[in-house]
Design a protein around this ligand. Structure first.
Ligand SMILES: O=C(O)c1cc(C(=O)O)oc(=O)c1
Length: 316
């Protein structure tokens, strides 16, 4: 388990989200059309109850709060990802998508018995992918048995598959993941242990996975989850989360057309600090160091995957 992660109900603390209108205004100006490609909505629980099988109870985090954050940070659009605390009940997600005026797409979690009509309904609301969670602290069983069956059902809709796993589990899951025919998006770079060498064997396996499977994309998100140094700058470094930078930068530079970035708002399961999303936006130019890389990461790639739009250059 990386620094900062926990499970439990500490996030029910009143006021946890009171700051939502007030993250630091970022210094980095996002390019026009930028997409926050990994964020969540939670509840509100009174309207959209949390799943009985959940491993944590989050704070409520509404679509209005998310859209206010989007505007404050300078994003144009969101990709809202179904979180495990809502199980396979996508109602809160669908409600948020419908209220986004087409400015949000979604990634749902579905069960193997989902029907074609139900999938079409999700598609019409803006869903473009399904998520499978292999992080053991978040689910009772990893979904290896249902994945292939669900992939066959989503193929006609041209959706993709989002997978979330820990680096230590990749060796065992490598062949299984490599056999997925649909486009695959790996959450949070497969959670590397950033105390290890970015040029070492563990991260090298993840890079090999991307090299050998050109249908695999990844989100270079969540430095706040992966970091050990945290928001403190390391000696001689000026920026927060600097220990994650070499990992994310390697991925962005080797696979510039298959990377996405998101805030992960409202940051479930972080116990030691509430990340400042403004600071997270200021992390982006450390990992995507040129305007061309930033444009691909934040605009071209997410528009292609989620809106089917092919944008090539800024201003096109
Ligand atoms: O690391 C986590 O705790 C986490 C949990 C969830 C979820 O509960 O779905 O999603 C994420 O992107 C990250």
């Amino acid at each position: 388990m990386a620094h900062g992660d926990t499970t439990g109900d500490f996030q029910k603390t009143p006021g946890w989200l009171d700051w939502y209108h007030g993250p630091t205004a970022p210094s980095f100006t996002l390019p026009a059309g930028a997409v926050d490609a990994h964020c969540h909505v939670f509840g509100p629980g009174a309207e959209f109850p949390y799943a009985p099988e959940r491993k944590y109870t989050p704070c409520d985090a509404s679509a209005e709060q998310l859209f206010a954050l989007r505007d404050r940070l300078g994003f144009d659009r969101n990709v809202i990802v179904q979180a495990t605390c809502h199980g396979a009940d996508n109602s809160a997600l669908v409600d948020a998508l419908r209220r986004s005026d087409g400015r949000a797409r979604g990634v749902a979690t579905v069960r193997r018995d989902i029907t074609t009509d139900q999938l079409q309904e999700l598609h019409d609301a803006g869903v473009r992918g399904v998520r499978f969670n292999f992080v053991k602290r978040l689910v009772d069983r990893v979904p290896t048995d249902s994945l292939q069956e669900i992939v066959e059902k989503i193929t006609p809709l041209e959706w993709h598959v989002v997978i979330y796993f820990e680096a230590e589990d990749l060796p065992e899951l490598y062949d299984f993941f490599s056999a997925i025919d649909a486009p695959v998006v790996v959450d949070h770079m497969g959670r590397p242990d950033v105390t290890k060498n970015p040029d070492g064997p563990e991260f090298d396996l993840f890079l090999r996975f991307m090299r050998e499977n050109d249908n695999v994309w990844t989100k270079v998100s969540c430095p706040e989850r992966l970091s050990v140094s945290g928001r403190r700058a390391l000696d001689g470094e000026q920026h927060a989360y600097s220990d994650v930078v070499p990992f994310a930068r390697r991925v962005v530079e080797e696979f510039p057309d298959r990377v996405l970035w998101g805030t992960d708002w409202p940051h479930p399961n972080l116990k030691d600090h509430m990340p400042d999303d403004g600071l997270l936006v200021d992390y982006i130019p450390q990992i995507a160091t040129t305007p061309e890389l930033q444009q691909k990461l934040l605009v071209v790639n997410p528009h292609r995957l989620y809106w089917g739009e092919s944008l090539t250059k800024q201003g096109d």
